[in-house]
Design a binder for this molecule. Structure first.
Ligand code: NAD
Length: 294
């Protein structure tokens, strides 16, 4: 039976709630004489087609997001010709500095520098993006760990709907290391029945139609159409796709889910923008406070 229309999972409102909690935790830490900070390494790059350097723009918004919650933010900018040794050296310095409790490295890195090798160097206890293999490994072991922020955001969004995950069928469309795979594992920890799909999956629609909880994280605009969604399902749209809008002649951001047509079918639906994105940003700050608490 089709539902009358999905309830929208408001990522901005959810992120506000998390930020209020984080602010309280930062105050409590500081009142005990502790400090909370985030050190971010960024390799400078050329400006994009819009004249702005997107990593710099992201770093600026991080800075203000941290300031708002009382978290100190230090940006370490390396020149665009930085080598593996330069970046690794900076990460190792931050690892060794006792005042530093949280470290992240902005992507992209210069051509020829393997992000995996850099991420593997970040001290696991300071790795607030959860990209060090030790943290990813602890997700598999279901041990306390800094979990990749977007995967954590997806779990928080599903939990905000009150959906029971034990025994539910969960379909993850997309199996990247930072989103699809960790989400699938986190869902398995919750004793859901999990199907992981990728671009070679045969008859994707027959898989997605089974999903009580459908996670779209493929990076393909409008991949998930109404006929692919089980009535009443929880649908989380992780995709960020920049498309040309003929109405305005400008670019705009849309998700992997054809929002307007899926909305009458799904039970819960997260929009893009204003869905997973803001919650992911909040989860980075959540991890930052957790890392400071040790
Ligand atoms: P990725 O490009 O590393 O991997 C994409 C995955 O999707 C692969 O497993 C691929 O096989 C699968 N895929 C591609 N086309 C498919 C198709 N037609 N059918 C089924 N599977 C298909 O992706 P990523 O880095 O995980 O990013 C995925 C999307 O999520 C992107 O749009 C990205 O911008 C977005 N993203 C959003 C956030 C956020 O905070 N909102 C964070 C990270 C990524």
């Amino acid at each position: 039976m089709a539902s009358s229309g999905a309830q929208i999972i408001d990522g901005r409102a959810l992120a506000d709630r998390f930020r209020a909690e984080i602010r309280r935790d930062v105050q409590a830490l500081r009142s005990r004489g502790g400090s909370v900070s985030l050190d971010a390494v960024l390799v400078d790059g050329p400006p994009g087609p819009d004249g702005r350097n997107s990593a710099r723009t992201y770093a600026e918004s991080q800075k203000s997001g941290c300031a708002e919650l009382g978290i100190d933010y230090r940006l370490h900018v390396l020149p665009h010709r930085a080598t593996y040794e330069d970046i690794a050296g900076r990460v190792l310095l931050l690892n060794a500095d006792e005042r530093v409790t949280a470290v992240m490295v902005h992507l992209p890195l210069p051509e020829g520098v393997d992000p995996y090798r850099i991420q593997s160097l970040i001290d696991a206890g300071k790795d607030v993006e959860g990209v060090n293999p030790a943290n990813i490994g602890n997700v598999v072991y279901d041990r306390s760990s800094l979990v990749p922020c977007t995967a954590l955001a997806v779990m928080k969004m599903v939990d905000s709907t009150g959906a029971e995950l034990r025994g539910a069928e969960v379909v993850c469309v997309g199996a990247s290391n930072i989103v699809g795979k960790p989400v699938a594992i986190l869902m398995m920890q919750r004793e859901a029945t999990v199907h992981s799909c990728n671009k070679y999956t045969r008859d994707l629609a027959s898989m997605t139609r089974r999903a009580d909880v459908l996670i779209a994280a493929a990076g393909k605009a409008n991949l998930i159409t109404a006929d692919m969604v089980k009535p009443g399902a929880v649908v989380i749209d992780v995709g960020i796709n920049r498309v040309h809008d003929p109405a305005t002649g400008k670019k705009r951001i849309i998700g992997d889910v054809a929002f307007d047509e899926v909305r009458p079918v799904a039970g819960w639906l997260s929009p893009v923008p204003g869905g997973v994105g803001p919650v992911t940003v909040a989860m980075l700050l959540r991890n930052t406070v957790d890392a400071a608490r040790g």
